[in-house]
Design a protein around this ligand. Structure first.
Ligand SMILES: Nc1ncnc2c1ncn2[C@@H]1O[C@H](COP(=O)(O)OP(=O)(O)O)[C@@H](O)[C@H]1O
Ligand SMILES: [Mg+2]
Length: 364
């Protein structure tokens, strides 16, 4: 038989363990007296390690958090912060919304501090996506106008250069110059075409697309072109993923761009891992709606990686760090993904590598 005292304890433990937000309770000496599994998940600190230890032992370096705790415990104020607290789990950063409240007995005596933590990575990702989309649409409109204006004079230059080339004797030096003009005109033309493809609306040719097949074909193709570099491709395909309803040609372009970038990013002993998987709990839907199933494609490389500043800009047209890059590849990828109502995410560490993840919705 349980004693009543035990069952009350168990009851409260169940209550706190059932809360979806992370809860950590501290006594007045800032010792952790209680922590629930959600807090364990968010902070990456295990309950058994944490309970009984001083708070600063695990969270001393998280300055905004430590400051909130010390304020609440010294003057009994409740403090909320959804902007400044970022927890570090290894190399992974999790933005969290934190509230610290005083733990008060019925007689008014304060016996500790309660922290409530909520992982807001998904919200941050959505905010970033909206910000990017905003910037892209302004730039896209500008670029489209420009591209359009350039196309006609470019046609004129090309026509004139072709005439010149025909008129000049093949052995003349001027003939070589016209070849250069034609080659460079071709390059500008390609950029203009790509720009127009980002910014003009088009009709998607939807069909049943086997993602594993598309990815397999691209890998086969890349294996042949990247002979000059030692690159190993690893394919982790979930063979049970249903076909996506998508525009196959556009998805090929999307993954080809991402895989080409990965090949270009690796230095020596390149490893590019391509994974396909089904994600069923991606929390993008609004309350009450059925959670949609999505398919995720990860393209991970062990190449140069990127700095945070680079990551901010990679989807912007013309952003490139390559001497011969156009900086349009990822802008096109972004457009294709949003046309399919999907999401593209990037995770990268300078010197270690980069993972692009494309999420595409599956029809229910
Ligand atoms: N896998 C990757 N690893 C490291 N950096 C990358 C990767 N993919 C893209 N980038 C960065 O993003 C920039 C923009 O890429 P993209 O739009 O494809 O244009 P481009 O390849 O012509 O430079 C690249 O110049 C590079 O700095
Ligand atoms: Mg590229």
């Amino acid at each position: 038989m349980k004693t009543p005292d035990n069952s009350i304890k168990e009851f409260y433990a169940n209550v706190i363990n059932s809360v979806g937000d992370g809860v950590i309770v501290l006594d007045m000496k800032h010792r952790i007296t209680l922590m629930n599994p959600a807090a364990e998940e968010i902070t990456g600190v295990s309950i058994s390690q944490a309970e009984g230890s001083v708070f600063s032992m695990f969270f001393g370096k998280e300055e905004p958090l430590a400051e909130m705790v010390s304020k609440t415990s010294s003057n009994g104020m409740t403090i909320s912060d959804h902007e400044n607290v970022v927890l570090k789990k290894g190399s992974h950063l999790t933005p969290v919304n934190v509230t610290t409240s005083p733990l008060i007995l019925a007689d008014g005596e304060q016996i500790g501090t309660v922290l409530v933590l909520r992982d807001i990575s998904n919200i941050r990702e959505l905010e970033d996506a909206v910000r990017h989309a905003d910037r892209l649409s302004t730039l896209g409109t500008l670029a489209a106008g420009l591209a359009h204006e350039i196309k006609n004079p470019l046609g004129g230059i090309k026509g004139a250069a072709q005439l010149l080339e025909r008129e000049l004797p093949v052995e003349s030096e001027l003939h070589d110059y016209t070849s250069i003009i034609l080659k460079e005109v071709g390059r500008v033309n390609k950029i203009v075409e790509e720009l127009l493809s980002i910014s003009t609306p088009r009709k998607l040719e939807m069909g049943h697309v086997n993602l594993n097949q598309i990815l397999g074909e691209i890998v086969m193709l890349q294996k042949n072109v990247s002979r000059t570099k030692s690159v190993t491709f690893q394919q982790n395909f979930d063979l049970s993923i249903p076909p996506a309803i998508a525009d196959g040609a556009l998805l090929t372009q999307l993954f080809l761009n991402l895989i080409t970038n990965a090949v270009e990013a690796v230095v020596s002993d390149g490893l590019i891992r391509i994974t396909t998987r089904v994600v069923s709990d991606y929390g993008m839907s609004k309350k009450g709606e059925r959670l949609s199933r999505m398919v995720a494609v990860d393209i991970a490389d062990n190449g140069t990686g990127m700095t945070g500043e680079q990551m901010e800009n990679i989807f912007t047209p013309f952003f490139t760090t390559k001497s011969k890059g156009t900086g349009l590849g990822l802008a096109i990828c972004h457009k294709i993904v949003s046309e399919h109502r999907g999401m593209i995410k990037v995770d990268s560490e300078s010197g270690r590598g980069t993972t692009f993840t494309v999420l595409l919705p599956l029809l229910q």
